[in-house]
Design a protein around this ligand. Structure first.
Ligand SMILES: Nc1ncnc2c1ncn2[C@@H]1O[C@H](COP(=O)(O)OP(=O)(O)O)[C@@H](O)[C@H]1O
Ligand SMILES: [Mg+2]
Length: 226
């Protein structure tokens, strides 16, 4: 039985800025196991977000390969990769990225409603279940501007979970929160990991947050440190 969820081989990423070539990732090899909670730490500019985006099929590698449960995701065509992202990946960002004109329930349900995989009633019920689980039953009709930062991030986590992803990718999910809200978010992620066996890859520059993970790796200047 293969226990690998994500496998990265020789990953490189360059950005061309005018005449300058910026090497952001310089040959990354990494394997994430099924049900692992992995933290990636590193200073600002180290390439953490770039790595996470490429892992989730959001940005192209310049070099190397990324396998997701044995499938090479950058060999998929654009619509197949979009399908892969929708079905298998949940993203949680530092700045929540909720849609301001929709309420909490709508923000959570939308990624599933757009896909029509289940009937609408079921999607709404599941969105409510997720929001209840994250302590937001009393906030279903609130728009993002009517929610605190911690509440917005909990809505964003519920949204990331609506399509029952195999992997949750979190980019500095507590980076914009006060320490109390940050602790709550972290406790929720740990609970998901323990109860649902969700594979989590979490990027942070915060040692306390990282220490909740099963394993911590350090990215510095585009390379993983050993
Ligand atoms: N689209 C882009 N074009 C050019 N340079 C970029 C782009 N995205 C990121 N970079 C550069 O890549 C480096 C790593 O960025 P990033 O992955 O966001 O780092 P981190 O998340 O670790 O702070 C930074 O120097 C940043 O300026
Ligand atoms: Mg970043």
């Amino acid at each position: 039985m293969n226990n690998s969820m994500i496998k990265i081989k020789g990953l490189g990423k360059n950005y061309q800025n005018g005449a300058d070539l910026l090497e952001v990732l310089k040959g990354i090899d990494l394997e994430v196991e099924k049900s692992e909670f992995l933290a990636i730490q590193g200073p600002s500019g180290a390439g953490k977000s770039t790595l996470l985006h490429i892992l989730g099929g959001l940005d192209f590698p310049s070099k190397g390969e990324i396998f997701f449960a044995e499938e090479n995701i950058y060999r998929l065509n654009e619509s197949q990769r979009a399908e892969f992202r929708n079905r298998k990946i949940g993203f949680v960002f530092q700045f929540y990225h909720l849609l301001p004109e929709f309420n909490a329930l709508e923000n959570v349900a939308l990624p599933a409603l757009l896909k029509n995989w289940w009937e609408k009633r079921k999607i709404i019920d599941y969105a409510k279940t997720l929001l209840a689980r994250l302590g937001l039953s009393q906030r279903l009709g609130h728009r993002p501007a009517q929610l605190s930062g911690g509440e917005q991030q909990r809505v964003a986590i519920a949204r990331a979970l609506i399509n029952q992803p195999q992997v949750l990718l979190c980019d500095e999910p507590t980076g914009n929160l006060d320490s109390e809200s940050g602790k709550n978010i972290l406790a929720l992620l740990k609970e998901l990991h323990q109860q649902e066996k969700t594979t989590i890859v979490l990027v942070t520059h915060d040692n306390d947050i990282a220490s909740a993970a099963d394993r911590i790796i350090h990215l510095r200047d585009g390379r993983l440190l050993n």
